[in-house]
Ligand binder design. Sequence first.
Ligand SMILES: CCCCCCCCCCCCCC(=O)SCCNC(=O)CCNC(=O)[C@H](O)C(C)(C)COP(=O)(O)OP(=O)(O)OC[C@H]1O[C@@H](n2cnc3c(N)ncnc32)[C@H](O)[C@@H]1OP(=O)(O)O
Length: 122
Amino acid sequence: MCFACSPRNPIGLHLQFSLEDGVCRTTFTAGEVHQGWNGCMHGGLIATLLDEVMAQWLWLQGIAGMTAEMTTRFSRPVPVGVPLEVTARQTGGRGRLFELAAEIALPDGQVPVHARAKFLKV
Ligand SMILES: CCCCCCCCCCCCCC(=O)SCCNC(=O)CCNC(=O)[C@H](O)C(C)(C)COP(=O)(O)OP(=O)(O)OC[C@H]1O[C@@H](n2cnc3c(N)ncnc32)[C@H](O)[C@@H]1OP(=O)(O)O
Protein backbone atom coordinates (compact mmCIF):
# COMPACT_ATOMS: atom_id res chain seq x y z
CA MET A 1 0.00 0.00 0.00
CA CYS A 2 2.07 2.90 -1.33
CA PHE A 3 2.28 5.94 0.96
CA ALA A 4 2.37 8.25 -2.05
CA CYS A 5 -0.17 6.80 -4.50
CA SER A 6 -2.40 4.11 -2.97
CA PRO A 7 -6.03 5.29 -2.73
CA ARG A 8 -6.45 2.82 0.18
CA ASN A 9 -3.64 4.11 2.40
CA PRO A 10 -5.42 5.96 5.22
CA ILE A 11 -2.43 8.19 5.95
CA GLY A 12 -1.19 8.40 2.34
CA LEU A 13 -0.92 11.33 -0.05
CA HIS A 14 -3.35 9.73 -2.59
CA LEU A 15 -1.47 11.13 -5.56
CA GLN A 16 -2.73 10.51 -9.09
CA PHE A 17 -0.47 10.71 -12.13
CA SER A 18 -0.65 11.29 -15.85
CA LEU A 19 1.99 10.95 -18.54
CA GLU A 20 1.84 13.07 -21.67
CA ASP A 21 4.49 14.14 -24.17
CA GLY A 22 7.22 12.61 -22.02
CA VAL A 23 6.22 14.50 -18.87
CA CYS A 24 4.74 12.81 -15.79
CA ARG A 25 2.52 15.10 -13.74
CA THR A 26 0.63 15.25 -10.46
CA THR A 27 -0.80 17.93 -8.23
CA PHE A 28 -0.85 18.19 -4.45
CA THR A 29 -1.94 20.74 -1.89
CA ALA A 30 -0.15 20.34 1.43
CA GLY A 31 -2.14 20.86 4.62
CA GLU A 32 -1.19 21.61 8.21
CA VAL A 33 -0.41 17.93 8.81
CA HIS A 34 2.32 18.11 6.14
CA GLN A 35 4.20 21.01 7.69
CA GLY A 36 7.82 21.05 8.83
CA TRP A 37 7.32 24.38 10.47
CA ASN A 38 4.48 26.88 10.37
CA GLY A 39 3.25 27.47 6.84
CA CYS A 40 5.98 25.44 5.14
CA MET A 41 5.82 21.90 3.84
CA HIS A 42 8.14 19.31 5.41
CA GLY A 43 11.26 18.69 3.32
CA GLY A 44 11.00 14.92 3.54
CA LEU A 45 7.50 15.04 2.12
CA ILE A 46 8.66 17.41 -0.63
CA ALA A 47 11.29 14.81 -1.53
CA THR A 48 8.57 12.15 -1.50
CA LEU A 49 6.57 14.06 -4.11
CA LEU A 50 9.63 14.43 -6.33
CA ASP A 51 10.75 10.81 -5.90
CA GLU A 52 7.29 9.48 -6.65
CA VAL A 53 6.66 11.55 -9.78
CA MET A 54 9.94 10.24 -11.21
CA ALA A 55 9.08 6.65 -10.23
CA GLN A 56 5.70 7.07 -11.91
CA TRP A 57 7.34 8.36 -15.09
CA LEU A 58 8.73 4.84 -15.32
CA TRP A 59 5.73 2.95 -13.92
CA LEU A 60 3.24 4.46 -16.36
CA GLN A 61 5.42 3.07 -19.15
CA GLY A 62 5.43 -0.41 -17.61
CA ILE A 63 8.86 -0.10 -16.01
CA ALA A 64 9.35 -0.99 -12.31
CA GLY A 65 12.30 1.07 -11.12
CA MET A 66 13.79 1.78 -7.71
CA THR A 67 15.50 5.00 -6.69
CA ALA A 68 19.26 4.37 -6.55
CA GLU A 69 20.33 7.99 -6.04
CA MET A 70 18.57 11.33 -5.61
CA THR A 71 19.69 14.91 -5.01
CA THR A 72 17.24 17.65 -4.10
CA ARG A 73 17.80 21.39 -4.29
CA PHE A 74 15.56 23.27 -1.85
CA SER A 75 15.80 26.84 -3.16
CA ARG A 76 12.75 28.29 -1.39
CA PRO A 77 10.24 27.06 1.20
CA VAL A 78 7.16 25.33 -0.23
CA PRO A 79 4.01 26.88 1.26
CA VAL A 80 1.10 24.81 2.50
CA GLY A 81 -2.41 25.51 1.26
CA VAL A 82 -1.53 26.20 -2.38
CA PRO A 83 -1.82 23.76 -5.29
CA LEU A 84 1.57 22.42 -6.33
CA GLU A 85 2.32 21.08 -9.79
CA VAL A 86 4.88 18.27 -9.69
CA THR A 87 6.47 17.12 -12.94
CA ALA A 88 9.18 14.72 -14.08
CA ARG A 89 11.00 13.99 -17.32
CA GLN A 90 13.86 11.82 -18.47
CA THR A 91 17.29 13.41 -18.85
CA GLY A 92 19.39 10.39 -19.80
CA GLY A 93 20.27 6.80 -19.07
CA ARG A 94 21.48 3.56 -20.56
CA GLY A 95 20.54 -0.08 -20.06
CA ARG A 96 18.77 -0.51 -16.70
CA LEU A 97 19.76 2.99 -15.54
CA PHE A 98 17.30 5.86 -16.01
CA GLU A 99 18.26 9.47 -15.21
CA LEU A 100 15.29 11.70 -14.39
CA ALA A 101 14.64 15.26 -13.24
CA ALA A 102 11.64 16.57 -11.34
CA GLU A 103 10.40 19.90 -10.07
CA ILE A 104 7.65 21.49 -8.03
CA ALA A 105 6.00 24.62 -9.43
CA LEU A 106 3.87 27.12 -7.51
CA PRO A 107 0.74 28.66 -9.08
CA ASP A 108 2.75 31.74 -10.09
CA GLY A 109 5.30 29.58 -11.93
CA GLN A 110 8.10 29.80 -9.37
CA VAL A 111 10.06 26.57 -8.85
CA PRO A 112 11.12 26.35 -5.19
CA VAL A 113 12.51 22.81 -5.39
CA HIS A 114 13.94 20.54 -8.03
CA ALA A 115 15.60 17.14 -7.99
CA ARG A 116 17.66 14.77 -10.08
CA ALA A 117 17.68 11.02 -9.63
CA LYS A 118 18.94 7.74 -10.98
CA PHE A 119 16.56 4.80 -11.08
CA LEU A 120 17.43 1.17 -11.74
CA LYS A 121 14.96 -1.12 -13.45
CA VAL A 122 14.30 -4.10 -11.16
C1 LIG B 1 11.08 -6.17 -5.58
C2 LIG B 1 10.36 -4.99 -5.53
C3 LIG B 1 9.60 -4.57 -6.68
C4 LIG B 1 9.67 -3.10 -6.83
C5 LIG B 1 8.67 -2.51 -7.77
C6 LIG B 1 8.98 -1.06 -7.90
C7 LIG B 1 7.73 -0.27 -8.17
C8 LIG B 1 7.98 1.18 -8.07
C9 LIG B 1 8.20 1.62 -6.65
C10 LIG B 1 8.50 3.07 -6.66
C11 LIG B 1 8.71 3.58 -5.28
C12 LIG B 1 9.22 4.98 -5.35
C13 LIG B 1 10.70 4.94 -5.55
C14 LIG B 1 11.35 4.61 -4.24
O1 LIG B 1 11.28 5.34 -3.30
S1 LIG B 1 12.23 3.15 -4.17
C15 LIG B 1 12.74 3.08 -2.44
C16 LIG B 1 14.09 3.71 -2.23
N1 LIG B 1 15.09 3.00 -2.95
C17 LIG B 1 15.54 1.82 -2.51
O2 LIG B 1 15.14 1.28 -1.52
C18 LIG B 1 16.58 1.19 -3.38
C19 LIG B 1 17.59 0.39 -2.56
N2 LIG B 1 18.62 -0.11 -3.45
C20 LIG B 1 18.46 -1.26 -4.12
O3 LIG B 1 17.49 -2.00 -3.93
C21 LIG B 1 19.51 -1.61 -5.12
O4 LIG B 1 20.70 -0.92 -4.84
C22 LIG B 1 19.05 -1.29 -6.58
C23 LIG B 1 17.79 -2.09 -6.94
C24 LIG B 1 18.82 0.22 -6.78
C25 LIG B 1 20.19 -1.70 -7.52
O5 LIG B 1 20.57 -2.99 -7.18
P1 LIG B 1 20.86 -4.10 -8.29
O6 LIG B 1 21.44 -5.26 -7.58
O7 LIG B 1 19.64 -4.29 -9.12
O8 LIG B 1 21.91 -3.40 -9.23
P2 LIG B 1 23.49 -3.24 -8.98
O9 LIG B 1 23.78 -2.67 -7.64
O10 LIG B 1 24.16 -4.52 -9.37
O11 LIG B 1 23.83 -2.13 -10.06
C26 LIG B 1 23.55 -2.39 -11.44
C27 LIG B 1 24.36 -1.41 -12.24
O12 LIG B 1 23.90 -0.09 -11.96
C28 LIG B 1 24.97 0.68 -11.44
N3 LIG B 1 24.48 1.60 -10.41
C29 LIG B 1 23.84 1.28 -9.28
N4 LIG B 1 23.51 2.40 -8.60
C30 LIG B 1 23.98 3.42 -9.32
C31 LIG B 1 23.99 4.81 -9.17
N5 LIG B 1 23.39 5.39 -8.12
N6 LIG B 1 24.57 5.57 -10.11
C32 LIG B 1 25.13 5.02 -11.18
N7 LIG B 1 25.15 3.71 -11.40
C33 LIG B 1 24.59 2.92 -10.48
C34 LIG B 1 25.95 -0.32 -10.85
O13 LIG B 1 27.24 0.23 -10.81
C35 LIG B 1 25.83 -1.42 -11.87
O14 LIG B 1 26.55 -1.07 -13.04
P3 LIG B 1 27.44 -2.16 -13.78
O15 LIG B 1 28.46 -2.61 -12.78
O16 LIG B 1 26.51 -3.25 -14.19
O17 LIG B 1 28.03 -1.42 -14.95
